[in-house]
Design a protein around this ligand. Sequence first.
Ligand SMILES: Nc1ncnc2c1ncn2[C@@H]1O[C@H](COP(=O)(O)OP(=O)(O)OP(=O)(O)O)[C@@H](O)[C@H]1O
Ligand SMILES: [Mg+2]
Length: 324
Amino acid sequence: MHNILEVRHLSAGFSARKSEVKAVDDVSLLVPEGKIVGIVGESGCGKSMTARAVMGLIRYPGRVISGSVLLDGRELVGMPEKEKRALRGSKMSMIFQEPMTSLNPVMKVGRQVEEAIRIHEKVSREEAAHRSVEILTSVGVPEAEKRCLCYPHQLSGGLRQRVMIAMAMILDPRLLIADEPTTALDVTVEAQILQLMRTLSSGGTGILLISHDLGVIAQVCDHVYVMYAGRIVESAETAELFDRPLHPYTRGLLNSVRSLRGGGDVLDTIPGVVPNLMRMPAGCGFSPRCLECREECVRDVPRLVDEGDGHLIRCFLYEGEAAE
Ligand SMILES: Nc1ncnc2c1ncn2[C@@H]1O[C@H](COP(=O)(O)OP(=O)(O)OP(=O)(O)O)[C@@H](O)[C@H]1O
Ligand SMILES: [Mg+2]
């Protein structure tokens, strides 16, 4: 199958006083045509940074350190900004985690959606206005015509997020990156947005859906990458991952969701927090929290190995020698 997005050995981070800290460390991932691919992981594990690195939108002082990002076979790393700008919006677009920072506060939302259309397509004002109302309605904005006349601050957080989603989807991009697109929304709106993503992907768009919510991932993703402390620690088809989670971190994530849903009184959560970038463990990033941690886990970083049928896992429990 054709891969719309191919990320190879991507590292990105920040320059610190003495050294460089990596927020994204050797990440490789694929988004095939017409598929929804998920990245899941706790806060601070590098999901947004990965998304911004793909879009070429990392904010200073961050930067892409190494690796390759291919969009429909074209290399984006090192591409002149002008060319990348032409691709953003038309070929690839992103729904940002913080909608307020990506909307213009002094322009009515209708105008902003219209402009998003008119930057890339030659259509009249009337046509653009008509399409804006149409797409805003389709993402669940009630009385869209009226809302078009509002400024962003006059809308609720949920509505602003829907405006962002409309703007990202309006041009039917090849690649859509959605960074926590439904986190601020209630469940009925969330269901609508996820349905829109399915529709978009069935038309061929490749979607990279970022979420800390395994429930959202399970509902729509074909394939999942689990990220921890900047690295991919596990990757598999969605059904396979949920049936046979291998990494202690993935198992912990699933357990915490399952015990929440099951209504049990003891929450089986993972103790500890994601490590600070400045104090990353030398070995596996998860080792300080891992109940199955061994000597080598603290010392070395495990490789990402294929456990069969493309189920990838980065853990010494599954590396041949260590398992002996
Ligand atoms: N300007 C900065 N300087 C140094 N470190 C930064 C900077 N911005 C972000 N980071 C760090 O980069 C890491 C990755 O952040 P990122 O925003 O990608 O996480 P995330 O997985 O999207 O988390 P969340 O679920 O909270 O959105 C974090 O450890 C964060 O503290
Ligand atoms: Mg984020």
